[in-house]
Design a protein around this ligand. Sequence first.
Ligand SMILES: CC/C=C\C/C=C\C/C=C\C=C\CC(=O)SCCNC(=O)CCNC(=O)[C@H](O)C(C)(C)COP(=O)(O)OP(=O)(O)OC[C@H]1O[C@@H](n2cnc3c(N)ncnc32)[C@H](O)[C@@H]1OP(=O)(O)O
Length: 194
Amino acid sequence: MAALLKQSARLGLSGRHGQVFCRLPWALSFQRYMFNANKKILVEMDKSTGVALMKMANPPVNLLNLETLTEFAISMEKLELDKDCKGLILTSSLSKVFTAGLDIMEMCGKSPEHVTEFWRAVQEMWLKLYGSNLVTIAAINGFSPGAGCLMALACDYRIMADNVKYSIGLNETQLGIVAPFWLVTRELRPSLFS
Ligand SMILES: CC/C=C\C/C=C\C/C=C\C=C\CC(=O)SCCNC(=O)CCNC(=O)[C@H](O)C(C)(C)COP(=O)(O)OP(=O)(O)OC[C@H]1O[C@@H](n2cnc3c(N)ncnc32)[C@H](O)[C@@H]1OP(=O)(O)O
């Protein structure tokens, strides 16, 4: 963990004036590779350190829609298959939003099949993060409501930008969504689970 945090500092993930800056070398060596399927999830993997930097890049607020969640799951699978990858830093490419959470429009006026597929993708996202073999760190560089908070909770460690304007929390009850029992016991009340 200490090594990973040192690494995140070396990469430039340092909190200052409420921002988490991500400075990366412009020149990518052979030890570094990048991938993205549809550019909603950007991944930069540094083989020399074993640390991958994953940035959500879906402006204006990094909504987690079906497309983004699917791309996220594929990106996680690729990193899990890379034997050189030991750790993952999850952050946002935007300046003040980590992610605004689930795209409410994905649950509104859609067919039951679509909604089922969407919630399956939400669940898959959680399983991929919570069940990851990688050491996972959420570098929360902005607002992180709903599923943004869920993502952060599913990581092994969380670092949040020091800015009183930014909020984080599970606000889904305001939308009539109830967190399932297993989620509450696993992440919010782990003592109940053991
Ligand atoms: C495995 C798990 C299974 C089950 C788990 C079940 C439940 C527990 C776990 C998680 C549940 C999560 C549910 C959710 O995530 S619901 C969404 C919660 N999110 C919010 O309530 C965020 C609301 N948004 C904001 O507060 C703000 O947008 C902001 C602070 C993030 C950013 O503010 P800005 O001023 O910068 O930007 P805006 O002008 O407000 O927004 C721009 C644009 O985006 C639209 N938008 C924002 N958020 C959402 C959203 N969540 N869904 C759809 N659309 C959104 C906003 O309306 C603007 O659109 P227009 O430009 O006006 O068209």
